[in-house]
Design a protein around this ligand. Structure first.
Ligand code: MRU
Length: 352
């Protein structure tokens, strides 16, 4: 039984595991203000595309629950500034915009009923946010079931960043596939790239797999090529922050290098993500906004300076892997194969 959770609504608060503290300490933040939820997203107390969306949805619900607006119209007007605030937290993961748009649709559906009861609208928004969390876990489980068929027994699976239960409302996308494959065969081994600069692979992927007793070793980000050449990797699987309609994938910086390396060594490269991560309004990866984070994440480690004073550092949080380097995109609707423009569209239309 899993004895931890990523994010939940408890006692009228948004409660989340502070991922900045892992693996050393398990600290849950109890957030009573929507602004605190926005800051938790920005400072990466919670991170990972689906989890960011879940946090924003619960943040809107929290804003609604705390509002004293007397009518649904006043409540919706008041929520506008919270929507604006959450939209500005992190730009790349499209799940943030998906979740906020689902919350907005819920409010609009309510207004269409012509009810004058703001309290009912508050409840509806909370219920919708909680349903988004449940839907995310259900999608991850389906991704796991579909994806497990691509992982032969005994595989050594290389992953990057953290696309696990910590990055979602539970179970995970890339790690959901690993979990499902491990449940089927029991002998899956994970190689977790440490993922500079914030070390999501070393700190988070290793932490959650170790809790599940799935064998995992941590690699530095530069090791993959050598391990692949020596036959120590069977396949690569990663998550996604945003998938363009042509199948280009934005994910943690370093993902693109792995895709190039996998192709050079004849290894499969898979992406696992819910359809909520597909942005059909973005034609290709060139139009995906890439978050630039503070260079101090690279130049410093706590109090310690790692780079000489005055030397700049680059800190794009994500890169784009071209669809041509991806063998399959695993979603809750199945396994999409190239050409992705058609296969992703077909999966989405089954869902709609
Ligand atoms: O900057 P982060 O930690 O939010 O980046 C997370 C990733 O890049 C994940 O791989 C991605 O969000 C997929 S999570 C299921």
């Amino acid at each position: 039984m899993k004895d931890w959770f990523t994010i939940a609504w408890r006692d009228e608060k948004v409660v989340l595991l502070d991922q900045r503290e892992l693996p050393e300490r398990e600290v849950y933040l109890e957030l009573e203000e929507p602004e605190a939820v926005a800051v938790a997203i920005e400072t990466m107390a919670i991170r990972g595309a689906p989890a960011i969306g879940c946090a924003a949805a619960l943040g809107i619900a929290l804003a609604a629950m705390r509002s004293e607006a007397a009518t649904p119209e006043d409540l919706i007007a008041e929520l506008e500034r919270h929507f604006d605030r959450f939209v500005r937290t992190r730009p790349t993961a499209v799940n943030l915009f998906f979740a906020l748009s689902e919350m907005r649709k819920e409010a609009e559906r309510f207004v269409a009923t012509a009810s004058a009861d703001a309290t009912v609208l508050r409840r509806r928004l909370l219920e919708r946010a909680q349903a988004l969390l449940r839907e995310d876990v259900a999608s991850c489980r389906r991704i796991g079931e579909h994806g497990a068929s691509l992982i032969p027994a005994g595989s050594k699976v290389l992953t990057h960043c953290n696309a696990g239960a910590l990055a979602t409302a539970g179970f995970g996308t890339a790690l959901g596939v690993v979990r499902a494959a491990a449940a089927r065969f029991g002998n899956i081994e994970v190689l977790a790239n440490e993922t500079r600069p914030l070390l999501q692979g070393a700190r988070l992927t290793a932490w959650e797999l170790e809790r599940d007793k799935i064998p995992v070793s941590v690699l530095t980000d530069g090791m993959a090529a050598d391990l692949m050449r020596r036959g120590k990797v069977d396949l690569v699987i990663v998550g996604a922050d945003r998938i363009a309609s042509n199948g280009d994938v934005a994910n943690k910086i370093g993902t693109y290098s792995l895709a190039v390396l996998a192709r050079a060594h004849g290894l499969p490269f898979y992406v696992a993500a819910p359809l909520a991560s597909v942005d059909f309004g973005t034609a290709s990866g060139d139009s995906i906004p890439i978050e630039e984070r503070d260079p101090s994440e690279i130049t410093r480690q706590g109090e310690r300076r790692l780079v000489p004073r005055g030397v700049p550092a680059l800190n794009p949080a994500f890169d784009v892997t071209q669809a041509s380097l991806i063998d399959a995109i695993i979603t809750e609707a199945g396994i999409a194969r190239p050409p992705f423009t058609e296969s992703l569209r077909a999966q989405a239309s089954q869902r709609d």
